[in-house]
Design a binder for this molecule. Structure first.
Ligand SMILES: Cc1ncc(COP(=O)(O)O)c(C=O)c1O
Length: 400
């Protein structure tokens, strides 16, 4: 019998070698207590959180928490059913109404996760004989959506408008084309040139789907994302998003003005063949989304935090993923996995949690320390964070 697990041997070996040095497992951290969106207790120690997706700090918002508790009391702990059977409660409809109001679209469909939203929408709308043209740095859920469908996959170089245009022009005339882009790319925190890319896509007869997972709530005047910030929201055919980042809970969605959009509720397998979100979750999501509509002050503060952290890290001598801060994600580039893991642990010992990211999640084989800021980080906390980076960076030899 051949062992089906032997394919994991290289990964097991790399991991064992790393842990044999005495390093704390960077992928096994436990949040023992969560005090606020920016502070938790890890290994018994007060730790500033700089590696969550809680961009707008909604997880402890009193209105959000109260809405969840009320729904739990009134509707119970779960729906025990698919959206198309017994799993659509008034809360799911209210959540979809909140999304339609947030984006100003005709349709909104809530999925159980953002992963499933990409999986479902991409695999359902781009079928056999269609083409999906996607940025090579796309999220795993986009790739998995492509794999699940039968369309031809045409990747292009990250954020390269000309490469996108070239690929589009090579596709047979009359074929169905879906261009898949992200607003903010989550590894380096860089923003897509959506305006130009959407123009090129439309000129070549393609529909466009934009995943705004990391921009919703923060980027754009009303927090509608990069498409709003670049003035092309009305030209995007499908926006995918998640509740697991700025919204502060779990779930995913797609919004659209396509007149036939509602048929997806019957043909999209990751929507049909899974249980719907619990009532408490959709209640927290709907409340959070409505509050995000009026959060201009928080958005402004988050931009200040992002600029302050980017400038401070650069001044300390770290190499960053972008020349300018473009989002709430600031990626610190590490020379290799060993140094990255050592730096990650040194930061944790200082009392700071960031994400250690490595291939295949990262582009170009990079090891990154991904810092994601929250609108509730105070100016003092950002100062503390920079002091911790300075101390850990010197202790590990990452900076001099
Ligand atoms: C770009 C992007 N799309 C989709 C998702 C999936 O979101 P969810 O956590 O809701 O499954 C993520 C999550 O990290 C993401 O980064």
């Amino acid at each position: 019998m051949s062992d089906l697990f032997s394919k994991f041997d290289p990964l097991i070996e790399t991991r064992e070698q790393l842990l044999a040095t005495g390093l704390t497992d960077p992928f096994g951290l436990v949040m023992e207590e969560v005090i606020s969106p920016t502070v938790a207790i890890c290994n018994g120690k007060r730790t500033i959180l700089l590696g969550t997706y809680n961009y707008m700090g909604m997880t402890f918002d009193p209105d959000v928490v109260a809405a969840g508790k009320k729904a739990l009391d009134e509707f119970g702990s779960g729906t025990t059913g698919s959206r198309v059977l017994n799993g659509t409660y008034s809360g799911h409809k209210a959540c979809e109404e909140a999304l339609k109001d947030f984006y100003g679209t005709d349709h909104a469909m809530v999925f159980s996760t953002g992963y499933q939203a990409n999986l479902g929408v991409i695999s359902t709308i781009a079928g056999k004989d269609d083409y999906i043209i996607l940025d090579i740095d796309s999220h795993a859920s986009i790739y998995d959506g492509c794999k699940m469908g039968d369309a031809q996959i045409v990747p292009f170089r990250h954020n390269d408008i000309e490469a996108l245009e070239k690929r589009l022009k090579r596709i047979p005339e009359g074929a169905g084309k879906l261009v898949v882009l992200e607003g903010v790319y989550s590894m380096l925190g860089d923003v897509a040139p959506l305006k130009e890319m959407v123009a090129v896509s439309k000129a070549n007869g393609a529909m466009v789907l934009v995943d705004e997972a990391h921009s919703m709530g923060f980027i754009g005047e009303n927090g509608r994302g990069v498409a709003e910030a670049q003035g092309i929201l009305d030209q995007v055919d499908f926006i995918i998003g998640t509740f697991s980042k700025s919204v502060g809970t779990v779930g995913g969605f797609c919004v659209s003005n396509h007149p036939k959009f509602e048929i997806l509720r019957l043909v999209c397998r990751p929507y049909v063949f899974t249980a719907s979100l619990p009532p408490s979750v959709v209640a927290t999501a709907a409340t959070s989304i409505r509050k995000l509509m009026n959060s201009a002050d928080k958005r402004a503060h988050l931009w200040e935090n992002s600029k302050r952290l980017h400038a401070g890290l650069r001044q300390l001598g770290f190499q960053l993923g972008t020349d300018e801060p473009q989002s709430a994600i600031i990626a610190v580039i590490m020379p290799d996995l060993e140094k990255g893991a050592a730096m990650w642990e040194a930061l944790l010992n200082e009392g700071l949690y960031v994400n250690l990211a490595r291939p295949p999640a990262t582009p170009a084989g990079m090891t990154l320390l991904r810092c994601s800021l929250c609108a509730l980080h105070t100016e003092d906390q950002v100062g503390e964070i920079l002091e911790m980076f300075a101390a850990a960076g010197r202790a590990t030899g990452c900076i001099s």
